[in-house]
Design a protein around this ligand. Structure first.
Ligand SMILES: *[C@@H]1O[C@H](CO)[C@@H](O)[C@H](O)[C@H]1NC(C)=O
Ligand SMILES: *[C@@H]1O[C@H](CO)[C@@H](O)[C@H](O)[C@H]1NC(C)=O
Ligand SMILES: *[C@@H]1O[C@H](CO)[C@@H](O)[C@H](O)[C@H]1NC(C)=O
Ligand SMILES: *[C@@H]1O[C@H](CO)[C@@H](O)[C@H](O)[C@H]1NC(C)=O
Ligand SMILES: *[C@@H]1O[C@H](CO)[C@@H](O)[C@H](O)[C@H]1NC(C)=O
Ligand SMILES: *[C@@H]1O[C@H](CO)[C@@H](O)[C@H](O)[C@H]1NC(C)=O
Length: 411
């Protein structure tokens, strides 16, 4: 497999992994089969279960409790365990029939480990090979193709949404098993390292950091504007009073932990670190297909990436600065479908892809969505880009086009 193809595939996988509302519940599926209770348990504590439930087309290779003993004996940290188990989740649908009829008898498939961006080269891929006697073998690509695990049986198939299969052994891969550092719970560090440095610096220089830090233990969700977005906002920020500045900063923290799944399912009002009393400095979370939107009377921001999501701390990147109605002019509600907040001077977006959103002359300059940080390859991202700009993926139908397009162009 050539490097260029690998890179292209990565792009396609990012698209495949960005999918729609949960159609299945892997925890519930496996709960019916107690012999997979250990595997099921680790899917939950690594938060992979939630990721799996979000995907539309997926294959989960489960290992029974005896097989899991091999893995447990390695005493990996839960973060490393997550990488290993992510290797057992394929971005494609493989039912028993398809596994036994692989064209050419062998294929490479991308896994959720690949989609984390932590796997280098081809190490996030699994080689599936039909061997003599009707057996199907699996091998992580960075394990020199030595088939070390075999298809045992189907656990559950819902073509072409989810296939859960029993495989004989853990797929062991040096890169997935490499020690992984625990994600930092240092809020400002997380932001600095993952594309919200300007916001982190501002929290520190304005002495708002402590309020965030002290909230982590009890659960904290931070929405940080990306660097370019914040830079555009600075003239307006500088115009605020000291109290106004502090309020705007604290407005970006929510003193409750919210996973992406929770954000997607809990629409409604959210209090913030700036909230003092009822109806003060709150905003509304609203889902629009797969994307999570944060609405104030003055602006609607979209969550564009996940910097960290490890209970008790979640930090998400947003494409606009959140403007509390207490400090900024409200944009009038529109009843008809609203026009897209077109980034001025940026790449043109086809009208058909316009998103609902509020916009006003006043906001455009400060809040033009900037290019997404490229370090931000989180599989939970609800957007995927093609070369022509931003395309929001909302379901299978829309996934097919970029897939075919990419396949024809590059493969
Ligand atoms: C999935 O099923 C488990 C067990 O039945 C349940 O605890 C969990 O809340 C479900 N998750 C979702 C997202 O529905
Ligand atoms: C998978 O591994 C086998 C060796 O076990 C190799 O013959 C085959 O070419 C590999 N398949 C792919 C698609 O790389
Ligand atoms: C697959 O998912 C789609 C969309 O969520 C749903 O409409 C369909 O019924 C599912 N198919 C099966 C077999 O569960
Ligand atoms: C977070 O890390 C920075 C340095 O990277 C350090 O200065 C700061 O004190 C840390 N904050 C906490 C709360 O540990
Ligand atoms: C700052 O405030 C002044 C006075 O209210 C106003 O005229 C000016 O346009 C504001 N500047 C920005 C960048 O908002
Ligand atoms: C995307 O851009 C390429 C050239 O850069 C063009 O050939 C292609 O038709 C465009 N696709 C869409 C969907 O606009």
């Amino acid at each position: 497999m050539q490097l260029r193809q690998v890179t292209t595939l990565s792009l396609l996988i990012a698209i495949v992994f960005a999918s729609a509302a949960s159609a299945h519940n892997i925890t519930r599926i496996l709960a019916k089969h107690p012999e997979f209770s250990t595997f099921n348990h680790y899917l939950t504590i690594t938060h992979l279960a939630a990721d799996i439930n979000r995907r539309l087309t997926i294959t989960v290779c489960a290992v029974d409790n005896a097989g899991m003993a091999d893995l447990l004996s390695k005493h990996l940290s839960v973060y490393t365990m997550k990488n290993v188990l992510a290797l057992h989740v394929f971005a494609d649908y493989f039912g028993a029939k398809k596994l036994h009829q692989i064209s050419g008898g062998t294929t490479l498939t991308a896994t959720m480990f690949q989609a984390t961006g932590e796997a280098d080269g081809t190490s996030g891929y699994v080689n599936i090979t039909d061997v003599k006697g009707g057996r199907v073998g699996f091998a992580p690509e960075d394990n020199s193709g030595a088939l070390n695990s075999y298809f045992v049986k189907t656990i559950e198939e819902k073509p072409y949404n989810i296939s859960v299969i029993h495989i004989s052994h853990i797929l062991s891969s040096p890169s997935a098993e490499a020690p992984t550092a625990a994600p930092s719970l240092n809020v400002t560090d997380v932001m600095r390292l993952k594309g919200c440095k300007a916001f982190a610096d501002l929290l520190v220089s304005e002495k708002a950091e402590d309020t965030f830090v002290q909230s982590v233990e009890g659960g904290l969700t931070v929405f940080c504007p990306s660097d370019d977005v914040l830079e555009d906002f600075m003239p307006k920020y500088k115009n605020l009073t000291a109290a106004g500045k502090m309020a705007v900063l604290l407005y970006h923290g929510v003193p409750v932990y919210n996973s992406m799944g929770m954000l997607r399912s809990n629409n409604g009002l959210m209090n913030t670190l700036a909230t003092e009393g009822k109806n003060k400095y709150d905003f509304t979370v609203q889902n629009d297909g797969e994307s999570v939107k944060l609405k104030t009377k003055a602006v609607t921001a979209t969550v564009s990436g996940t910097l960290v999501d490890e209970e008790p701390l979640a930090v998400y990147k947003i494409d606009k600065v959140l403007l509390p109605r207490e400090l900024f002019k409200a944009v009038k509600e529109e009843l008809a479908p609203e026009p897209a907040p077109a980034p001025k001077g940026a790449k043109k977006k086809p009208k058909a892809k316009a998103k609902k959103g509020e916009t006003s002359e006043d906001e455009d300059a400060a809040d033009a969505p900037g290019p997404d940080g490229s370090e931000d390859e989180d599989p939970a991202d609800d957007t995927a880009s093609d070369e022509n700009g931003s395309v929001r993926i909302r379901g299978v139908g829309m996934m097919v086009v970029p897939l075919i397009f990419g396949a024809v162009m590059f493969l």
